[in-house]
Design a protein around this ligand. Structure first.
Ligand SMILES: Nc1ncnc2c1ncn2[C@@H]1O[C@H](COP(=O)(O)OP(=O)(O)OP(=O)(O)O)[C@@H](O)[C@H]1O
Length: 581
């Protein structure tokens, strides 16, 4: 079986291929359901045509077909729903896997507010269509078989039916294609509404304090989008309703014409034939109604499938050498971590963002940098000077456009990138506190208790606390928990992005003067983006970035001797204080 991550074609085709057995079974069962129901119609019609005497053969057929039709329609419902749900489950797995192994810059480009509606709303819409497709399949089979039987009993009358059916089908196809356009436009607005919902949920505090913004977001953003979605959905459904009304008129016109045709001498149709024809035609109307009723559900599902397909396509190129990590690592199995290193070098590294915007893209480099094991390194610079981008390059989260990254003299290639990253533990400024951080921490009672006390969060977390979202921690306390986790992970390099920014002065001092030197003494390498220049004397290197270029580079000896290694644009005072950032 091919890996769910490797496939690059349309996700739907991929999923259909993965589930072809159950799909074939469902199709056959639906076919049997449709054919047996149609056969039942034939038997009923033949009973009517055969006269008043009871035909026991036909009665046996009738009972047999009743059983087959009922059983197969139940089986069709169950198996089509099962198929649909299996496909949805596969889609969920494939999408999650693709996101987990996609390059970070692809994820950043896609934007979270667009990602979530696809994973929730679109998957749900497709999932809801699964049951509808079952009745669609059975009804479509009955209609095809029923029309074939009508052709058999009266080819002449069938010509009239086909003539009208042509117009009905054309009206339905036009309605369907135009409704899909409306659904598609409504769905595009869903992304915008998601953005607004995020703003009103995450910016709740700010909105309480800003009456005008609150008014604007509600009246100028949310309400127009909601109105737009409402209008598009109504227009789409009205198209179906109009087509349905047209079809009802057309259908009864056919019935009327068949009734009239009965009297026509040149058509030469007997009473039993025309009566049977009309009974079946009326029965088929119910089936056509069923099909028409399902079309809006299918229309919405088509739009959602396109979105799912687009997302899968965006993330169809996984990072090299990382796809297998989702499948090969057994639960609980520890990855092999490189416990130490001597030196990491960045040689003439260059990188630039490549989002679709026309504005000039930010570029970094060329950067030359040497990081030795056991050093404390501070990165300083103005906002937007490229500090976080440099960290992401160092972590090999971004692939450089030029230059090389060397670990102990060996190039970090696409294949070895994931192993290389396992040497780092990070607390970014937009870090995410995973729920299992708490459960993993309380599983290590002796060590954890000691650190929880030291980080002054022991009163918040007990042995019974299972997840980070269960506890009400302040912003600073949450960061301490993230630091604690980074500490306990025991990886050789720790990276902190403005970690101390929201700590109280006491704990900030503890962080710089106690914790970082302690990490260094235990052999760890610490890289910190920091603006706390009063603590820079503990650093072995201070890197200063300006517009994506390293402009200043102070080594520990240089600090000791008050000497800058490279020329300064960054205004780091000889005693170590920086005016950058
Ligand atoms: N995903 C991205 N796509 C395009 N441009 C980006 C992206 N991320 C950052 N940038 C741009 O790159 C520049 C450097 O950003 P970066 O986050 O590296 O700066 P920084 O020095 O860490 O800033 P700060 O001190 O404010 O955190 C900024 O101009 C920013 O707009």
């Amino acid at each position: 079986m091919p890996s769910s991550i490797e496939v690059r074609k349309s996700i739907l085709i991929h999923l259909l291929k993965l589930n072809y057995r159950i799909i074939s079974f469902s199709a056959i069962i639906s076919l049997i359901g449709g054919i047996s129901t149609s056969a039942l119609l034939v038997v009923i019609n033949e009973c009517i045509r055969s006269g008043v005497n009871t035909d026991y053969n036909l009665l046996i057929y009738f009972v047999f077909l009743c059983v087959i039709a009922s059983v197969s329609s139940v089986c069709a419902d169950i198996s089509v729903n099962l198929t649909g749900q299996r496909i949805i489950a596969s889609a969920r797995r494939v999408l999650a896997a693709r996101i987990l192994v996609a390059p970070i810059d692809a994820l950043e480009r896609y934007r979270t507010y667009r990602l979530i509606p696809v994973l929730t709303h679109d998957i749900e819409t497709v999932s809801n269509s699964a049951v509808a497709i079952s009745s669609f399949a059975v009804s479509a089979t009955i209609c095809i078989c029923g029309l074939a039987y009508l052709l058999f009993i009266s080819p002449t009358l069938m010509i009239i039916v086909v003539f009208f059916l042509f117009f009905s089908a054309a009206a339905q196809i036009i309605a369907q294609s135009r409704a899909v356009v409306e659904f598609n436009q409504a769905r595009s607005h869903e992304d915008q509404i998601q953005k607004c919902y995020r703003a009103i949920a995450e910016g709740a505090k700010e909105l309480r304090l800003h009456r005008k913004r609150r008014y604007n977001i509600y009246n100028l953003k949310l309400k127009p989008i909601i109105q737009e979605i409402y209008g598009k959905q109504i227009r789409a459904v009205n198209l179906y309703v109009s087509a349905r009304a047209f079809n009802t008129i057309t259908y009864f016109s056919v019935v009327g014409i068949v009734l009239l045709a009965r009297d026509s001498s040149w058509l030469n149709i007997d009473l039993a034939t025309s009566a049977g024809f009309i009974i079946i035609l009326l029965y088929l109307r119910g089936q056509f109604e069923q099909i028409i009723g399902v079309l809006p559900v299918i229309g919405r599902a088509i739009v959602s499938l396109r979105r799912i397909d687009d997302l899968a396509e965006q993330f169809s190129n996984p990072e090299i050498g990382i796809s297998h990590t989702l499948e090969n690592v057994e639960p609980g199995q520890k990855m092999t971590l490189k416990k130490d290193f001597a030196v990491i070098e960045l040689q003439k590294i260059k990188f630039s963002y490549s989002s679709g915007e026309t504005r000039q893209q930010f570029a970094v480099g060329p950067i030359d940098l040497v990081i030795r094991s056991g050093e404390i390194i501070f990165i300083v610079g103005e906002n937007g000077s490229g500090k976080t981008t440099l960290i992401k390059l160092l972590l090999a989260l971004y692939a450089p456009a030029a230059g090389v990254l060397l670990l102990d003299g060996q190039e970090v290639t696409a294949e070895s990138r994931d192993d290389y990253r396992q040497m780092f533990t990070t607390v970014f400024s937009d870090y995410y506190l995973f729920d299992d951080i708490v459960s993993e921490t309380v599983c290590l009672p002796e060590v954890a208790t000691q650190y929880l006390r030291r980080f002054e969060i022991d009163h918040k977390i007990g042995a019974d606390t299972r997840s980070a979202s269960e506890i009400d921690l302040s912003t600073g306390q949450r960061k301490r928990l993230a630091l604690l986790k980074a500490w306990l992970e025991d990886r050789p390099i720790l990276i902190f992005d403005e970690w101390a920014a929201d700590q109280d002065p006491m704990f900030r001092r503890v962080f710089y003067q106690d914790l970082l030197p302690e990490l260094k003494n235990s052999g760890k390498t610490v890289i910190a983006i920091s603006h706390d220049d009063r603590y820079f004397e503990i650093a072995d290197q201070i890197l200063c970035l300006k517009d994506g270029v390293l402009t200043n580079y102070i080594s520990v000896n240089a600090l000791g001797s008050n000497e800058l290694v490279q020329t300064s644009d960054c205004e780091i005072e000889p005693n170590g204080s920086s005016k950058g950032g």
